[in-house]
Design a binder for this molecule. Structure first.
Ligand SMILES: Cc1ncc(COP(=O)(O)O)c(C=O)c1O
Length: 435
C-alpha cells in the first residue's frame, strides 16, 4: 500500500484536547511531496497536470497545488471562484482553470463567462446555454467513450449507464453545434475512473488514447487531450502502489503518437484528485464506548467500538463500502496496546443511521477488523482520509463539520474550525417571496 502516516510523529492527544474530536489532520510535507510527484509525472512541454480540486478544496491544499505548478479542474462555479481566490489565473490562454460539468448550476455559467474559464462541456445542451449567456471563446468537450468505471463498481464513470460526458457517437453533432455557436473545440476530455484493479487503469488510459487518436482527425482545432483523473491510491495494506514513472512513459508516448497522427502538436493532460491528497490526512476520532450484540437466528453477534466520527465526516465507507485502514492509539490512562488482545471489532459512528459503520464491505455488510481491543478514551484513526473526506462532509443532524488541522514539520495550525450551531443556522431566514 502507499505508506501510512506515522502516528508517532503527531501530538494527537494535545490536538484533540485543544480542538476536540473528531478532527482531520493534514501533513503538509506529505502533501507537498505528493503534489511534486504529480508535477514531475507531467513535466515537459507537452504534458500538464491539473489537480481535481473536488477531492479536497481547502486553501491549504490549493496553495500546495499552485506551488507545485499544477493547474485546476473545477466542477462548480464556487470551485472556480475558490481557485481564483487561491491565486490560479483566470482566462483560457493558457486554461489554468478548466470547468468540467454536465450541468451549469448556481453561478457556474456566469463565472465561466465573466472570467473566461475554459468550459469542458459534458452535455450537448450546454452549448446552447453558453451561447445564450453570451460566452465567447473556446470549449473543451468531455466524451463518454463507452467504457470505464471507478474504484468500486458503484462508481460509474464511463459506459451506457454513466451520466457523464457526451456519448461517443454524438460528438460530431455536438461539434457542429459548437461550430455554429462559434466555439472552437480546443480540448478533448474523458474521465473514466480508476477501475478496481491497478492494471485496469493503464488499460483504460491506453484505450482512451486510441479513442482520441481517432477523434482528433475530426477536431482540427484541438491542441490538447485530457485523460481525466483516477490515478490509484493504494488504501489497503496488501495493495500494490501505482507506478507513476510508468504512467509518465505512457503519457509521453501518447503525446508523441497523437501528435504524429494528428500532424500537429497535441499536449496531454491528466487531472488526478485522490492521488495527491488521499494519503496526507487522517480522521481522528475518540472511542466513547464498546458494546456487543449476541448471536441469534438472524446472524452472529458483533462487537462495536463506538466513536464520535461518522459518515457526516467521512462518507466513502457508507457510500461505496470503501476501505480505510484503521489504527488505535491508546489513551494514556488505558492499558498500552501491546498489553491488549487482538479482537474482531466494528468501528461505528454517532449517527442514528445503521449505515454509520466504517467497517463495511462493498455489499454494505459489516466487515469487522482485527484491532488491539479498543477501550473508551482511546483514539481511533481512519487513514487516507484526505480525498473526498472533508470535501464530502456534511452537517447532517446539525452536527458541525469537524475542524481541519495542518501539521508542518512540528508546527500545528488550525486551518478550519469546527462548524457551530450558529454556522448551521446562519442560512435560516423568513423572507417573504414575491411570487
Ligand atoms: C472530471 C473528473 N476529473 C477528475 C476526477 C478525479 O478523480 P480521482 O480523484 O479518482 O483522481 C474526477 C473525480 O470524480 C472527475 O469527475
Amino acid at each position: 500500500m502507499d505508506p501510512l502516516m506515522d502516528l508517532t510523529r503527531y501530538p494527537l492527544d494535545a490536538i484533540a484536547r485543544q480542538v476536540g474530536t473528531p478532527f482531520f489532520l493534514y501533513d503538509a510535507q506529505i502533501l507537498r511531496a505528493r503534489m511534486a510527484e504529480v508535477a514531475r509525472t507531467a513535466e515537459g512541454d507537452r504534458l500538464h497536470a491539473r489537480f481535481a480540486m473536488k477531492a479536497n478544496s481547502a486553501r491549504f491544499v490549493l496553495d500546495a497545488a499552485r506551488e507545485a505548478g499544477l493547474w485546476i479542474d473545477a466542477v462548480s462555479g464556487n470551485e472556480v471562484d475558490r481557485a481564483l481566490r487561491a491565486g490560479f489565473a483566470a482566462g483560457h490562454e493558457p486554461p489554468v482553470i478548466m470547468y468540467t460539468a454536465d450541468v451549469f448550476r448556481d453561478n457556474a455559467l456566469q463565472t465561466v463567462v465573466e472570467h473566461g474559464i475554459l468550459p469542458n462541456v459534458g452535455s450537448p445542451g450546454m452549448i446552447r446555454e453558453l451561447h445564450d449567456a453570451g460566452y465567447a471563446g473556446p470549449i473543451a468537450m468531455r466524451v463518454n467513450p463507452g467504457f470505464g468505471h471507478g474504484h468500486v463498481q458503484a462508481c460509474d464513470t464511463g459506459g451506457p449507464s454513466s451520466k457523464h460526458g457526451i456519448w461517443i457517437d454524438d460528438v460530431d453533432e455536438v461539434h457542429e453545434a459548437a461550430r455554429q455557436a462559434g466555439y472552437p473545440v480546443v480540448a478533448l476530455h474523458a474521465h473514466v475512473g480508476t477501475g478496481p484493479q491497478i492494471a485496469e487503469f493503464d488499460q483504460n488510459m491506453r484505450r482512451l488514447v486510441d479513442v482520441f487518436d481517432a477523434l482528433l482527425q475530426r477536431f482540427p482545432d484541438a491542441t490538447s487531450v485530457n485523460l481525466g483523473g483516477g490515478i490509484p491510491h493504494a488504501y489497503r495494506l496488501d495493495a500494490q502502489r501505482y507506478d507513476l514513472a510508468g504512467f509518465r512513459t505512457l503519457m509521453l508516448e501518447a503525446s508523441s503518437t497523437l501528435s504524429e497522427s494528428a500532424g500537429r502538436p497535441i499536449s496531454l493532460e491528466i487531472e488526478p484528485g485522490r492521488y495527491p491528497v488521499a494519503g496526507m490526512a487522517i480522521l481522528v476520532s475518540r472511542v466513547t464506548d464498546v458494546k456487543e450484540t449476541r448471536s441469534n437466528e438472524k446472524g452472529p453477534g458483533q462487537r462495536f467500538a463506538m466513536v464520535d466520527a461518522g459518515f457526516n465526516d467521512l462518507i466513502r465507507p457508507a457510500m461505496y463500502g470503501s476501505y480505510h485502514h484503521i489504527s488505535v492509539v491508546a489513551d494514556s490512562g488505558n492499558s498500552p496496546l501491546d498489553a491488549r488482545a487482538t479482537e474482531r471489532v466494528n468501528i461505528a459512528g454517532p449517527l442514528c443511521e445503521s449505515g454509520d459503520v466504517f467497517t463495511r464491505d462493498e455489499d454494505e455488510l459489516l466487515l469487522p477488523r482485527d484491532l488491539p481491543a479498543p477501550q473508551p478514551g482511546d483514539l481511533v484513526v481512519l487513514h487516507d482520509a484526505g480525498a473526498y473526506g472533508y470535501a464530502m462532509a456534511s452537517n447532517y443532524v446539525s452536527m458541525g463539520r469537524a475542524p481541519q488541522v495542518a501539521f508542518d514539520d512540528g508546527a500545528v495550525t488550525l486551518i478550519s474550525r469546527r462548524e457551530t450551531l450558529d454556522d448551521v443556522l446562519r442560512l435560516e431566514t423568513s423572507e417573504a417571496l414575491a411570487v
